[in-house]
Write a protein that binds this ligand. Structure first.
Ligand code: FES
Length: 118
């Protein structure tokens, strides 16, 4: 098979500057639960605070299924290892304002991790 060269740009050689990496699941079940509209809310709020791809800010990534679909849409924050289930725009804004702006994870929205169960 003949593979054509991919487009490239100098900016595509390194990860953008960021402090935290935030993933919003846009897998099929999270999309059915409203993930695409929550993505817009999330991105807009981060842009308002000039947090997108800045040295102290956020690298934002949409991803496929993260597995706990029943709790989705799933929003995860690394390196903090916080997994959230966000059901509406208010919950997304709460994660941005409390966790991403002020470094205080939102306990009420966090999913338990496997090690929490032991
Ligand atoms: S589709 Fe989002 S966690 Fe499975």
């Amino acid at each position: 098979m003949d593979v054509k060269p991919a487009a490239s740009q100098p900016d595509w050689s390194l990860p953008p500057p960021h402090r935290r990496h935030v993933f919003l699941c846009t897998g099929p079940r999270c999309v059915r639960r409203g993930a695409l509209s929550l993505w817009k809310v999330l991105r807009r709020r981060l842009v308002e605070h000039d947090l997108v791809e800045t040295p102290g800010g956020i690298l934002l990534t949409r991803n496929g299924c993260q597995f706990p679909c029943n709790r989705g849409p799933l929003l995860t924050v690394y390196p903090d290892r916080c997994w959230y289930g966000v059901q509406d725009p208010q919950q997304v804004l709460r994660v941005v304002d409390e966790h991403l702006l002020h470094g205080r994870p939102v306990a009420a929205l966090r999913l338990p991790l496997p090690e929490d169960e032991t």
